[in-house]
Design a protein around this ligand. Structure first.
Ligand SMILES: Nc1ncnc2c1ncn2[C@@H]1O[C@H](COP(=O)(O)OP(=O)(O)OP(=O)(O)O)[C@@H](O)[C@H]1O
Ligand SMILES: [Mg+2]
Length: 673
């Protein structure tokens, strides 16, 4: 987990897309796995191939040894064959040396020997069968001859010095003479083997009938520049097989470290006679007497090789037997395998990459859709639904996402609805507030006007009473003067009118308290109508009565409320001089527990600018002084004292509706204004 945390802090990794991360982790695993298995696999295969080759060479060396041994056995066998029987003792005893020489020459040629020499019992040469046919020299120091003089039949590899070769046959010395050729990695030439010959040599005692030693017959085959053994080995093991113009297999016989018989070729295609063994092989095989099995650089190419020492009769290492297989075919095979491995690896990586691309696309697609959907949601598109392809974690995520979308849509709708109703509510509330504010203003205006009016009315009332009283007295005294009488009547009439106004002002100023009693409001309406309907102003007016008989009794001052109804009815009549319809409705507004009476006329209506003033005292449009402008002001005061409401709704040219609302629980006393 800590590692993950640390990784998320690397800005470069943070910026990578999910797909890249998935792909690179896939790739990382595949590449690391691929490289490791390729390395191990190729190493294993390469080792196996090289090991196989090395093993083969080891067996090849055994074959070469057998061939070499067989050649030596052949020498021993033919020398033994020549010495056997009575021929040599017979010629010796009879002194017929010439015949003996002919016999031996014939044998030497017949058996393919390079040397066939007879010594006497002491080791002194009697007959040589090869030019220059010299004799008389003492060979008793030769270990083979020493052993043969002991009546043993012996055969072994032997190193023959140049002088001896010259005695045995002058062209042998010539054949044995090899000029050392320097090659890469070769052991430096010590010079000790120069001119020497390496020979497969056998020595056999020549005995008379009594078993006495008459002499020693020895013969040999010079190995220098003799290719029989090496070519036989190659033919046996590798046939004529060639690889890219080079011999597949080679064999060599070394004298010391010097190549004296070989089928290894130099640059010119000649047998690489005179070249030398590499330093490391020299040290291992000649100096330490070990078997060498490894790759070695032979003349100009790398070979998988095996070397073993060749020993003389005394066991001294005198040379080396070698077989080698060209390394190139095996290396090529190994490379082929390695390349195949890597080819398969690369193909595998490519396949995995393709596969993981498709897999990650499948995994990531729903996530991309989700990212797309969240963007769409941010832009305000909520009506989306993600497809659910799988039931895995991502499928579950998509399901939760869809669920969340549904919830989001619901919540949003609720919010919108709430917003809408909120607007309506605010509108309603502000309408109500406006109304209340208007009413409050009206109340305050009327209250201050009421106080003023009451003061004025009281001041006027007393002198007015005086004027009326004295006018009546004067009228009585001046009965006989009709002229003065008329003038006095005018004074009384006008004063009475002033008195009416003053009473109205006092009413408006709430001087008279309501005497409340339970009252049937319908009956009160009908009573008021009956008082007025016969007046001329009502002649052309149709009165429609929609009175709800269920309307309960209301606690009120019948006189005062009747005054209100009367005023409203008269106003309606005034508004319909040419006639019209007056509709009176009563009903119970259960919601607010109000009894409601509505007067709707089809008269002139009230202009917008006047609508706010009609409840003001002395506001009248009745210019002919018929009206005082106190009617509605007084009515407002009365209804207000009943804790009721008086509302007006009017449209100019269409008509006016007055609505009076009286509360059913109008219990307590109303405080004066
Ligand atoms: N139903 C109505 N139709 C048209 N205008 C009306 C109506 N009722 C009242 N008015 C207007 O309101 C004014 C005030 O009415 P209010 O009753 O207070 O006084 P008035 O009727 O003019 O005088 P008074 O009532 O003293 O005779 C009226 O002059 C009239 O212009
Ligand atoms: Mg009026």
């Amino acid at each position: 987990m800590n590692l993950l945390k640390a990784l998320t802090k690397i800005p470069f990794l943070n910026r990578l897309s999910l797909r890249t991360k998935l792909l690179s982790s896939f790739l990382f695993v595949v590449i690391v796995g691929g490289i490791l298995s390729s390395l191990i696999g190729t190493q294993l295969v390469a080792n196996t191939i090289v090991l196989q080759a090395q093993n083969k060479v080891k067996y090849d060396l055994s074959t070469a040894r057998l061939v070499y041994q067989e050649a030596l056995n052949h020498v021993r066998y033919v020398v033994q064959l020549t010495a056997a029987g009575r021929t040599i003792p017979h010629y010796l005893e009879s002194g017929r040396l010439k015949n003996l020489t002919d016999y031996l020459i014939k044998r030497r040629k017949e058996f393919g020997l390079d040397v066939l020499t007879l010594t006497d019992a002491k080791g002194k040469v009697i007959i040589r069968t090869y030019h220059p046919f010299q004799g008389g020299d003492d060979r008793s120091a030769d270990p083979l001859i020493q052993r043969a003089r002991q009546k043993e039949i012996v055969a072994s590899t032997a190193i023959v010095p140049r002088e001896e070769l010259e005695l045995e046959g002058s062209d042998l010395a010539e054949r044995a003479f090899i000029i050392p050729v320097p090659t890469l990695k070769a052991k430096e030439y010590p010079g000790e083997q120069e001119g020497m010959g390496m020979m497969l040599k056998a020595a056999v005692p020549v005995l008379d009938d009594a078993g006495r030693l008459l002499g020693v017959l020895y013969g040999g085959v010079l190995l220098n520049r003799n290719y029989q053994i090496v070519d036989k080995v190659r033919a046996l093991l590798y046939g004529e097989g060639r690889y890219k113009g080079k011999d597949m297999g080679t064999a060599t016989i070394f004298l010391g470290g010097l190549r004296i018989s070989t089928n290894v070729r130099d640059e010119k295609g000649q047998r690489a006679i005179g070249t030398r063994v590499s330093r490391e092989v020299y040290e291992a095989v000649i100096e330490k007497g070990e078997l060498w099995e490894d790759r070695a650089f032979v003349v100009k190419d790398w070979y998988i090789t095996a070397y073993e020492p060749i020993r003389d009769l005394r066991g001294k290492i005198v040379g080396v037997l070698y077989v080698g297989m060209l390394e190139a075919p095996y290396i090529d095979l190994r490379n082929k395998v390695v390349f195949s491995f890597f080819g398969i690896g690369v193909l595998g990586v490519f396949l995995v990459l393709m596969l993981s691309f498709f897999i990650t696309t499948g995994i990531i697609r729903p996530l991309r859709e989700m990212v797309w959907a969240t963007r769409k949601i941010a832009e305000g598109h909520y009506s989306l639904e993600l497809p659910i392809s799988f039931k895995d974690e991502i499928g579950q995520l998509a399901e939760s996402f869809n669920h969340m979308l549904v919830r989001l849509q619901q919540t949003r709708k609720e919010l919108e609805d709430y917003g809408r109703t909120l607007e309506e509510k605010v509108e309603q509330r502000s309408q109500q507030l406006k109304k209340i504010q208007m009413q409050l203003m009206q109340s305050e205006k009327l209250a201050s006007l009421g106080r003023l009016a009451s003061g004025v009315a009281h001041e006027i009332n007393s002198p007015l009473t005086g004027i009326l009283t004295f006018s009546h007295l004067l009228m009585r005294k001046l009965k006989d003067n009709p002229e003065l009488q008329r003038e006095l009547e005018l004074i009384v009439k006008e004063t009475t009118r002033v008195s009416t106004i003053v009473r109205g002002l006092l009413d408006f100023a709430h001087e008279s308290k309501p005497q409340k009693r339970p009252c049937n409001i319908n009956a009160l309406i009908l009573h008021t109508i009956s008082l007025l309907e016969h007046q001329t102003v009502f002649h052309d007016i149709r009165i429609v009565k929609n009175l709800d008989p269920q309307v309960p009794l209301v606690l009120l001052d019948a006189n005062q409320v009747q005054q209100v109804f009367m005023n409203i009815l008269l106003n309606a009549a005034d508004a319909m001089p040419a006639g019209g319809t007056l509709t009176i409705t009563s009903n119970l507004a259960a919601e607010d527990s109000y009894v409601q009476v509505r007067f709707a006329d089809t008269g002139t209506g009230i202009s917008e600018k006047d609508l706010g003033k009609i409840f003001d005292p002395f506001f009248t449009t009745k210019a002919d002084k018929k009206g005082t402008g106190l009617g509605l002001a007084v009515s407002y005061g009365i209804i207000d004292r009943h804790r009721g409401k008086i509302e007006v709704h009017s449209e100019e040219g269409k008509g006016t509706t007055f609505t009076i609302k009286l509360p059913l629980q109008a219990s307590e006393e109303v405080p004066p204004l």
